[in-house]
Design a protein around this ligand. Structure first.
Ligand code: MG
Ligand code: MG
Length: 306
């Protein structure tokens, strides 16, 4: 069982699904905090400067404190709060939450996200223009609260909600297909489905939709950018080729590139798959304590939304 006493005490009263949901949210934050240290580095640079990166040391180009998270986590929390207030994913509420989030000067913000929020500010529209340049990972990194809020809704309702939140900044077919795949993977993992079911379900569906997403097992493809295709291929490889929460995140972030975001997406998947007992207590203890508590509280509240 999980070795951190405070969380252990709380978790005793949680159902299996609640534990997996909390682990997914903590996984998102942990992958973000772990990966941010090596964001924009190549695997070779990571190897020569820190060896195997496996601790929450902070630093990186953003000069973070150990355990500090970036936009991947804080934007998810902002979206989650808007879902709780509106009782569902609502375009205007989500766009306003993103706008507020940007006004609070987040530690980092992606170019596509910024463009989408500025578009909302200037036009009032919650749908950004259809764009080939929006095939990036920013709508995918923040989708976890949608999955948690829609656990009792149909796949079609969840898909609609994903489009609604995603198109505020990323109006692009590749980004949308990637979001739907990751959301379905998290949903299945929360239900305790095993890897073969996830591989033959949403992962096979995505590759069938677009063969660009094809990934190669046990033959790492290198250094992922923020392009949704490169991001998800690295996440898929690590998710399939590892057998624990820790090894999945370490494998993912040591590819460098957009490592906080690959880490965040791998973290939500691995958290849902392995549950709370898979999370190393040394990582949990290091994670920013305010963020940690917000992730736990929000995960439980979102699951309670009907
Ligand atoms: Mg980030
Ligand atoms: Mg990033």
């Amino acid at each position: 069982m999980f070795r951190t006493r405070t969380l252990n005490r709380q978790a005793r009263h949680w159902t299996e699904r609640q534990q997996r949901a909390v682990a997914a949210y903590l996984g998102l934050a942990l992958g973000d905090a772990l990966g941010a240290t090596v964001e924009f580095m190549t695997p070779r640079e990571i190897q020569t400067t820190v060896g195997r990166h496996a601790e929450l040391t902070g630093g990186g180009w953003l000069r973070l404190r150990p355990g500090e998270v970036t936009d991947d986590t804080t934007m998810s929390l902002a979206l989650g709060e808007s879902i709780l207030l509106a009782g569902k994913v609502e375009g205007l509420a989500a766009a306003q939450a993103f706008d507020q989030w940007m006004r609070a000067k987040p530690v980092d913000i992606g170019a596509t996200v910024r463009r989408g929020i500025v578009h909302f500010r200037t036009t009032g529209s919650t749908v950004s223009p259809l764009s080939e340049q929006s095939a990036s990972n920013g709508s995918c990194m923040r989708l976890l609260p949608v999955v948690l809020a829609y656990t009792r809704r149909s796949d079609a309702e969840m898909a609609q909600a994903l489009l609604c939140q995603g198109r505020i900044t990323h109006h692009n077919a590749l980004a949308e297909a990637g979001c739907l795949c990751i959301a379905r993977m998290v949903r299945m993992a929360l239900q305790g489905e095993d890897l073969p079911a996830i591989l033959h379900g949403p992962m096979a569906w995505l590759i069938d939709e677009n063969e660009l997403f094809t990934f190669r097992r046990r033959r790492p493809l290198g250094n992922p950018s923020g392009y949704i295709v490169e991001t998800l291929r690295v996440v898929f490889e690590a998710f399939v080729d590892t057998d624990s929460f820790e090894s999945c995140l370490v494998e993912t972030v040591n590819r460098g590139g957009d490592a906080d975001t690959t880490g965040a997406i791998a973290g939500m998947l691995a958290g849902a798959r392995y549950g709370l007992s898979g999370i190393p207590s040394r990582w949990y203890e290091r994670l920013d304590s305010r963020v940690r508590q917000r992730c736990i509280t929000q995960a439980l509240s979102l699951l309670d939304l009907v």
